[in-house]
Design a protein around this ligand. Structure first.
Ligand code: NAD
Length: 355
């Protein structure tokens, strides 16, 4: 199990096996210097335990970075349940998972991720209070998408300001790939700001809605990544910035909400070399985690959430400036910024302990 190069300063990795329910899961706590390690639980039929471990280690580190740069008092963690979400779900399994989460005494806070629904997490919550993203709780934060969309909109404005020297989006063309939960709300902000919209989706009703409401122009799924525009906003799938798509891009800016947009880290360098400004995904799409994290503070406060989402504009501005000054890609700068924030928190904690 330990022959993986994905161990990067992880504090704790727990392998869980509950014989009765058949639960096999891993909880990875990457770093708790800023606070409890928060991150979703993913259910996936991994081919083997090593794949599951690699995913948990990689995703938990990603959560540390995302939470740190978003200015949250949360560390990073992630859990994976090795099972098929279409076949293997049952109450016993989720309750066993909840007991394991509870045994960590709040070091890890769980939530939904791929393959896990709010209903599943409601079962987990019967065994532990260390769960966020529940609908039934009186502290529920609700749908994160509008917050993710607003943060993405502010991130687009920061990118336009930096790259095009323009304070507003009036008259600019923004191409949005995927007009689902986040994409729809993003289109609304962009339309209100006077931008022209080009959109693509595989779901016709979603397209019809943005055409009717915002006069968006539709292009095919094959065309969207190479359409001429001022901003390309990927809001659908991961790994859309890759060896095949980057050479064909006709945009000075890529700034969208989708997770894991770069197929590999090197694609950040490729964008940088082409003079395309890339807004690192986990920085620009942090609105959702900011919103749900408000549950962990006790009482949900929408003003606190909005203030934190507003900061995405400034944080991206800092990353863009540093990238220009140092001549290095924005994704690398974002990771370094996260590491600096975490290291400073770790040093503070150490000092407090010594005092
Ligand atoms: P969603 O499923 O509601 O929307 C995704 C849309 O993309 C759908 O309408 C789907 O039909 C479309 N799509 C799928 N394949 C496509 C393709 N090949 N070309 C064009 N469109 C395609 O999901 P969402 O909640 O809007 O999230 C969108 C992205 O943002 C995801 O990558 C998600 O991980 C990320 N994200 C979402 C949130 C949030 O708050 N919902 C937070 C952070 C990150």
């Amino acid at each position: 199990m330990i022959e993986t190069n994905q161990f990067k300063g992880h504090e704790k990795v727990v392998y869980l096996h509950d014989k009765e329910s058949g639960l096999k899961a891993i909880i990875a706590v990457h770093d708790t210097s800023l606070g409890p390690a928060a991150g979703g639980c993913r259910m996936w039929p991994y081919e083997n335990e090593m794949d599951a471990l690699t995913d948990a280690l990689r995703l938990s580190r990603g959560m540390s970075y995302k939470n740190a740069v978003a200015g949250l008092k949360l560390g990073g963690g992630k859990s994976v349940i090795i099972a098929d979400p279409h076949k293997d779900k049952n109450e016993q399994l989720f309750r066993a998972f909840g007991r394991f989460v509870d045994s960590l005494n709040g070091t890890y806070i769980s939530a939904e991720d791929v393959g896990i629904s709010v209903e599943d997490m409601e079962i987990v919550a019967k065994e532990t209070r260390h769960v966020i993203g529940l609908q039934s709780s009186e502290n529920a934060s609700g749908d994160p998408s509008p917050f993710t969309a607003r943060g993405t909109y502010l991130g687009i404005k920061a990118a336009v300001k930096h790259k095009l020297g323009q304070d507003d989006l009036k008259g600019l063309t923004v191409a949005v790939q995927g007009v689902g939960h986040v994409g729809y709300h993003l289109c609304k902000h962009l339309d209100e700001a006077g931008a022209h919209l080009i959109v693509s989706d595989i779901h016709q009703p979603s397209l019809d809605r943005v055409v009717q409401e915002f006069g968006a122009k539709v292009v095919s799924v094959a065309e969207i990544m190479s359409v001429a525009c001022d901003v390309l906003a990927p809001c659908a799938l991961g790994a859309v910035l890759n060896d095949a798509t980057i050479p064909a891009l006709r945009t000075p800016i890529v700034a969208g909400a989708a997770n894991n947009q770069l197929a590999r880290d090197e694609h950040g360098q490729m964008l940088h070399d082409k003079g395309i400004l890339y807004a690192p995904d986990y920085v620009i799409n942090a609105g959702g985690i900011i919103n749900v994290s408000a549950e962990a503070r006790g009482k949900y406060d929408v003003n606190w959430v909005n203030d934190k989402v507003d900061n995405i504009y400034t944080t991206l501005g800092t990353i863009f400036e540093r990238s220009d000054k140092e001549g290095r890609p924005t994704n690398v700068i974002a990771d370094e910024l996260a590491e600096e924030i975490i290291a400073a928190a770790r040093a503070r904690k150490k000092q407090e302990k010594a005092a």
